[in-house]
Ligand binder design. Structure first.
Ligand SMILES: Cc1cc2nc3c(=O)[nH]c(=O)nc-3n(C[C@H](O)[C@H](O)[C@H](O)COP(=O)(O)OP(=O)(O)OC[C@H]3O[C@@H](n4cnc5c(N)ncnc54)[C@H](O)[C@@H]3O)c2cc1C
Length: 464
């Protein structure tokens, strides 16, 4: 019999924590999990799932407009926010129940309270006096939105509050143009809200391929979103029913709501980790090795709290690898290559593998194939939309290093094409694959013409 209360204590019942707790319990381990908010974590409660449901909701308006040219007639079209947000909450509640029952059925003890670490094998629950001991502790506490440190920051909302809005504002300023900012800009714009995005950098979506960044910015501007780059917010103040956002560059703008989408920070504050000997990184993340082990042998960490790749499937995979390593005796190091990623803005982005910039830096000789075209649907709907497809290919081995797409169903296509990239597909193999016609994805196997960068302007010409 073990000297500990549990074999495993998991702090945080989100994507990574729930997966690890369930798998350990299914192996016959004695497992407990603590959750201070709601079981399911960010993804289920205030991240991927409710966001994607809002994305669906926001796209109907444009699609119904498109439908007119396809012969559909209707009068009196209006949008009702309370209906949408109520139905989103109902689905979130259902999933919260599903996750809770999953843990229950696996025999995981659940504590709905905050937990902190008190040494290599001890956890303290906020609502209990005595600490609980465990052979292993898994920190899976996720991350939270960070707010810019500006005068009036108390007026800002984050993505968390967007899921709780009782009424839709008629205008919103979004600070930040990362994926969360761009997704909410599209959601609000699709629902008829006047949206302004302010970003201090040169172009939206910093880590994405440059053609996608340029393409999506142009397309969103076309759809009426006011994207302002190289723009810094000085302060926010209440101005009657609205908020006045002052800019460092001068001038100001007014909106009914101001959202900060300026990044997220790992949830390690006050967790007792450093006191227990766990090393934290510069932004407060738990420093772990390839097996998710921290600097203390009995304490592991997975998911956003480690700030590796902050996505749900990654947190889940890290949780699974932790169980295989610690409880199944099969050390499993994580592999972060070819993770497909989407941005559910309008138009949608789907991407997997290296950007052109990364490939040029790491592989030297790189071939680029690009195609932009009007999707068939738009020929009748008249919608102003362009699909962009780009392949980044190793010029020496012919291996496809990256695929980048902008347009309808890009996320779905990115998931499938990720399989091929993981298996080392070459451009020649893509070319030998039969096209599925008529589809958007067929472009991936029919691009033949290498893209050549424009001739650089030479000395005397440049001066002329
Ligand atoms: C708006 C938004 C949209 C997103 N969209 C996507 C998407 O489309 N696709 C995608 O892959 N990813 C998306 N993400 C990211 C994804 O949600 C996270 O990467 C994922 O949830 C991380 O899982 P995790 O297990 O690390 O942490 P989380 O799921 O955040 O779970 C951590 C849990 O720990 C709890 N907790 C924290 N501290 C304590 C404590 N001391 N005691 C007890 N409990 C504690 C928290 O309440 C939370 O429930 C999105 C995130 C946001 C915010």
């Amino acid at each position: 019999m073990s000297a500990y209360d549990y074999d495993l204590f998991v702090i945080g019942a989100g994507s990574g924590g729930v997966r690890a707790a369930r798998l350990a319990a299914e192996l016959g381990k004695r497992v407990a999990i603590a959750e201070e908010y709601r079981i399911g974590g960010t993804c289920v409660i205030r991240g991927c799932v409710p966001k994607k449901l809002l994305v669906y909701g926001s796209r109907y308006g444009g699609e119904i407009e498109d439908a007119r040219k396809f012969g559909w007639c209707y009068d009196d079209l209006r949008f009702d926010w309370p209906t949408l947000i109520h139905n989103v909450h109902r689905e979130v509640d259902r999933l919260n129940g599903v996750y809770t029952r999953t843990l229950e059925n696996a025999g995981v003890d659940r504590f709905l309270t905050r937990a902190t670490v008190e040494g290599p094998h001890n956890v303290r629950l906020a609502d209990q006096d005595a600490p609980i001991s465990a052979e292993y502790i898994l920190v899976a506490t996720g991350s939270s939105p960070t707010m810019p440190d500006i005068p009036g920051k108390e007026h800002l909302i984050s993505s968390n509050e967007c899921f709780q809005l009782e009424a839709l504002p008629d205008s919103i300023v979004i600070i930040g143009a990362g994926y969360i900012g761009m997704e909410f800009a599209s959601i609000f714009a699709g629902l008829g809200v006047a949206v302004t995005v302010l970003y201090r950098g040169e172009q939206v979506l910093r880590d994405f391929d440059i053609d996608l960044r340029d393409g999506v910015a142009e397309a969103m501007r076309d759809r009426g979103v006011d994207l302002r780059m190289n723009t810094n917010v000085a302060s926010v103040e209440k101005d009657g029913e609205c908020y006045r956002v002052a800019l460092k560059e001068g001038g100001s703008l007014s909106a009914a709501l101001v959202m900060a989408a300026t990044g997220r920070a790992p949830n390690t504050g006050g967790l007792g980790l450093e006191e227990a000997g766990v090393s934290l990184g510069r932004n407060g993340h738990v420093v772990v090795d390839a097996y998710s082990k921290s600097s203390v042998d009995s304490i592991y960490a997975v998911g956003d709290v480690t700030d590796r790749v902050n996505l749900t499937p990654v947190a889940i995979r890290e949780g699974t690898a932790f169980i295989e390593t610690v409880f199944e005796g099969v050390p499993k190091a994580m592999d972060y290559t070819f993770i497909p990623t989407a941005v559910f803005c309008e138009p949608e982005i789907g991407t997997v593998g290296m950007t052109e910039g990364q490939a040029r830096a790491e592989h030297g000789v790189v071939d680029i194939y690009k195609s932009s075209f009007r999707p068939m649907r738009a020929t009748i709907s008249g919608r102003n939309e362009t699909v962009l497809m780009k392949l980044v290919v190793d010029g020496e081995t012919d291996k496809v290093l990256g695929v980048h797409m902008l347009g309808p169903d890009s996320a779905e296509i990115a998931q499938v094409v990720a399989v091929a990239l993981r298996l080392g597909v070459t451009k020649a193999q893509l070319d030998s694959t039969m096209a599925l016609h008529p589809s958007i994805a067929e472009e991936l196997v029919t691009m033949r013409q290498k893209w050549e960068p424009p001739e650089p302007i030479k000395g005397s010409d440049a001066a002329a």
